[in-house]
Write a protein that binds this ligand. Structure first.
Ligand code: GAR
Length: 189
């Protein structure tokens, strides 16, 4: 059984999609830890309801990124985490975690990378006037939304409103992330 840790900072719909895929028998894995850097994030309730261990930390309580990443690393190692899935985790991961989990940290980003990195990627792309939008899943390295791409899915905007485009992005994410995790588990473990 592959042990997953999911890192999130916000609503946690991708976290939910991963948990649901496991519950539905579509993904042979276990979420053993949810890591969150925001004490008021909705994802915390979701993890508690799903009976999943949570590690919530306040980055300001640490003197450096290395220090809190080291605590996160220990929480992961304690639970024999095999693969870390960033799901709306809005922090750059340091070498402390990257070295402990080489090629074992992945991220989902709501754009067709390498375009529109960083925050508010859906809005960035829509406001730019692109004709095609999409979702990327990539290995995490020291660069923001960098690292080699594992999977992408695109769609044509045609005359979609921003809200329609946004909900299409999330719909794709909730399918693509569990499917990609499944593929990684089958191919790499
Ligand atoms: C998702 O759209 C995810 O792709 C994005 O944050 C959202 C989290 O939603 N991630 C990034 O922008 C990473 N740079 P969720 O909390 O409902 O899963």
């Amino acid at each position: 059984m592959i042990n997953l840790a999911v890192f999130a900072s916000g609503t946690g719909t991708n976290f939910d999609a991963i948990v649901k895929a496991i519950d539905d028998g579509k993904l042979d894995a276990k979420v053993v830890l949810m890591v969150c850097d925001k004490s008021n994030a909705k994802v915390i309730d979701k993890a508690l309801k799903a009976n999943i261990d949570t590690y919530v930390f306040d980055p300001k309580a640490f003197s450096s990124k290395m220090e809190y990443d080291n605590c996160i690393k220990l929480e992961c190692q304690k639970r024999n985490v095999d693969l870390i899935c960033l799901a709306g985790y809005m922090r750059i991961v340091s070498n402390v975690l990257l070295d402990a989990y080489p090629n074992r940290i992945i991220n989902i980003h709501p754009s067709l990378l390498p375009a529109f990195k960083g925050k508010d990627a859906i809005k960035q792309a829509y406001m730019y006037g692109v004709k095609v939008m999409g979702v990327s899943i990539h290995y995490v390295n020291e660069d923001l939304d960098g690292g080699s791409i594992i999977a992408q899915k695109a769609f044509e905007l045609n005359d979609m409103s921003f809200e329609q485009a946004e909900s299409r992005i999330h719909e794709i994410e909730h399918e693509l992330y569990p499917n990609t995790i499944k593929k990684i588990i089958e191919e790499d473990f």
